[in-house]
Design a protein around this ligand. Structure first.
Ligand code: GLY
Length: 364
């Protein structure tokens, strides 16, 4: 079977890699460079604890299952690509900046995690401000270098003989009698037995006769990266406050992120990145002395109910995988597993059912 994947982000690449390991022929069409869009802009967090805490719903169950798949996914990918993705187990620390934050977080501690007093927090993360009132520590999160991850998936796919077209925008789908036959790209038409749309924030822009795609919208996130002066170490935990999160990735500290409804605009605005840096400086007092190395913006793909869309469509051989919103890196192994099974005609398991794209169709 030949599967054409539209979108070379982490989701599209991971699904394609999984399919190629099952013997499918895969071809990928990417409008830019693989792994250089939302997947590049991310912070690499694999953090159901930090992002979803004790939530008990379909997204949280899916997230926890995805988290459990990560160690083997990372190890197999490293083996297949010969590249490191820097997967690390860590914890999330949710900071209390005020006494009222502290009281609220302390109430959650017995269920979710462990309460750290200000002194214990500082002994664990000495960079943090002594003005903080403590923190909730949630174990079991992890992280990966999302940029290395994209490169590793690309290498693993190439090693499996996948054909990858970069700088090649998919313009429309050729649909006849309820079946998609081919995709028309700016460089020609490509036929396939099945087509998977994994084009992130751009998914809903695809055209084709009778196509009814999930209403995915872009949500802009601006971020920055800083390097500490010599002799200052980086935090060990993923650190969260009301305004920012801080992620140490190799020798850099990533600070994110804005959440903006700004269409497809990916410009970086200094007042936004300054605001992120100021918020982060309240948490790490030495931060104004750190060297700024990069500022960037990316587009998260968001559905109206903030849940992913995974499954078949009204076109018999057209599938979608998207709407990951804040959790694209975390979800990747689980999305790869569920979508590969669907494309291969196997049972995707019970957790994917809640995310069927049909929930957004007019008669759903
Ligand atoms: N997962 C963090 C973000 O979307 O900013």
């Amino acid at each position: 079977m030949k599967v054409l994947v539209i979108g070379g982000g982490i989701a599209g690449l991971a699904i394609a890699w999984r399919l190629s390991r099952e013997g499918s022929t895969v071809e990928i069409v990417e409008r830019g460079i693989c792994g250089r869009s939302a997947s590049w802009a991310a912070a690499g967090m694999i953090a159901p604890g930090g992002e979803l805490d004790t939530e008990d719903n379909a997204i949280a169950s899916f997230a926890r299952e995805a988290r459990n798949l990560w160690p083997s996914f990372a190890a197999e990918l490293e083996q297949a690509s010969g590249m490191s993705v820097f997967f690390t187990e860590t914890d999330s620390v949710i900071l209390a900046e005020t006494e009222s934050d502290a009281a609220q977080l302390r109430r959650r501690a017995p269920v979710a995690a462990q309460w750290l007093s200000s002194e214990r927090l500082l002994s664990r993360e000495p960079l943090l401000s002594p003005r903080l009132k403590g923190a909730l520590s949630i174990s079991g999160d992890a992280q990966v270098d999302n940029r290395a991850l994209g490169d590793a998936l690309f290498a693993a796919l190439v090693a499996n003989g996948a054909l990858i077209h970069e700088n090649c925008e998919a313009l429309s789908l050729m649909i006849e009698r309820g079946t998609v036959r081919a995709v028309v790209t700016q460089h020609g038409t490509i036929q396939a037995d099945a087509i998977l749309l994994a084009s992130g924030a751009w998914m809903a822009l695809m055209s084709g006769a009778g196509l009814n795609l999930p209403p995915i919208k872009p949500v802009k996130g601006q971020m920055l990266a800083l390097v500490p002066p010599q002799g200052i170490g980086l935090p060990k935990s993923l650190i969260w406050s009301d305004d920012v999160y801080l992620v140490a990735q190799r020798n850099t500290l990533l600070i994110g992120a804005t959440v903006e409804d700004a269409g497809f605009d990916t410009s970086v605005e200094r007042h936004c990145t300054n605001m992120l840096r100021e918020s982060a400086s309240r948490l790490i007092p030495s931060l104004p002395q750190w060297r700024l190395t990069e500022i960037w913006a990316g587009l998260r793909p968001r559905t109206p109910d903030d849940a992913p869309v995974l499954g078949g469509t009204t076109i018999s051989n057209l599938f979608v995988a998207g709407g990951q919103f804040r959790n694209g890196i975390l979800f990747a192994p689980m999305i790869a597993e569920c979508m590969a099974r669907m494309l291969l005609g196997q049972d995707p398991g019970p957790l994917a059912a809640a995310f069927h794209p049909g929930r957004f169709s007019e008669n759903a």
